[in-house]
Design a protein around this ligand. Structure first.
Ligand code: SF4
Ligand code: SF4
Length: 319
């Protein structure tokens, strides 16, 4: 089995200073965005002290730099000598990104930023900021720029991709997904995507019953402290690991069977969490039954998210 990359993803806030039309966290669809409280931050910092040093941390959001304790949190991650990836919309002045690089040094594994064409007023400024950060960061830090393709932004993204290639900056062209389905493009965008799409990051059919290390070596923590084994989580009781602020929070001791028929979580897959050779169908069936019992209460608990996704789907249907 390929080597597992242990990782904790902390979505420190749902808040964002952008309003991207394809994001269900955008204020347009979701009015009640929340950020991690001091209590959640303290619980997170105590938790990472218990991790062995092979774990990487990813801080994302929303936009993580909107969180007032963002820099304090990454300083603590550095003190624990853990590696860090930051996912940002790159909307803050360059000094902020240099500060991340200064604090983390060699421990900054990646700065992964996005170009959101409807939100960025000046593409030239964006490009020169990218160039400046690329020459400032440590050699060991990966710097990537992602952008969601739309029919409207194809020309701008073509220009951006040429610039990034010339400057040795990694570009990830993303196929827009609404409610887990890929949108269909007109001819020009479809051609650009087919020539430049990043490889499909991870969709595994027939994952049900297969043993997966998510929950043991991979963990997702939301801004309220709720922890899950992977991204197909909020409506899945069997994926819940409790809340990091409570005594009920606990990592699994070993791999557990997946209860989804199809895994659509790119990161755990690319970090080699799924063990393709081993399975436990009896345990998976038990977990599935548990999940079905809890489903109605999870839907009520996550009503806001369901509503946001439904409204987002409607907006895109109208277009
Ligand atoms: S920058 Fe990211 S989090 Fe913010 S609205 Fe856009 S897609 Fe959503
Ligand atoms: S296989 Fe995918 S969906 Fe299943 S538990 Fe692992 S990461 Fe989650």
């Amino acid at each position: 089995m390929p080597q597992i990359r242990p990782c904790v993803d902390f979505l420190i806030t749902q808040k964002c200073n952008y309003r991207c039309e394809y994001c269900s966290q955008s204020k347009k669809f979701y009015t009640n965005t929340k950020a991690a409280s001091d209590e959640t931050i303290e619980a997170f910092l105590n938790f990472i002290k218990t991790l062995d040093k092979t774990f990487e941390i990813t801080i994302s959001g929303g936009e993580p730099l909107t969180h007032p304790r963002f820099f304090g949190v990454i300083e603590e991650i550095k003190k624990q000598n853990l590696k860090l990836t930051v996912i940002s919309n790159f909307s803050y002045p360059i000094e902020n990104y240099k500060k991340i690089a200064d604090i983390m040094g060699q421990n900054l594994k990646e700065l992964f930023v996005s170009y959101h064409s409807t939100q960025v007023k000046n593409l030239e400024e964006f490009k020169s900021k990218a160039k400046e950060f690329n020459s400032y960061k440590a050699n060991s830090t990966n710097f990537s720029i992602a952008s969601v393709l739309t029919d409207e932004n194809t020309t701008a993204l073509k220009e951006l991709s040429v610039f990034l290639k010339e400057n040795n900056i990694n570009f990830c062209l993303q196929h827009m997904r609404i409610k887990n389905s890929y949108v269909e493009y007109k001819k020009e965008a479809a051609e650009f995507l087919s020539q430049n799409a990043a490889p499909e990051p991870g969709r595994i059919s027939n994952s049900f019953g297969k043993l997966c290390h998510s929950g043991e070596k991979f963990l997702l923590i939301y801004e309220n402290g709720d922890a899950y084994r992977c991204y197909s989580s909020r409506f899945n009781k069997a994926h819940s690991m409790g809340n990091i602020k409570n005594k009920n929070f606990k990592l699994f001791n070993g791999p557990m069977p997946c209860i989804n028929s199809r895994c659509t979580c790119p990161k755990p897959i690319s970090y080699n969490m799924l063990d393709f050779k081993h399975s436990n169908y009896i345990k998976a069936t038990g977990l599935l039954i548990k999940n079905a019992i809890y489903l109605p209460s999870l839907m009520i608990k996550n009503f806001d998210i369901l509503k946001a996704k439904f409204e987002q789907g409607l907006v895109f249907k109208k277009k």
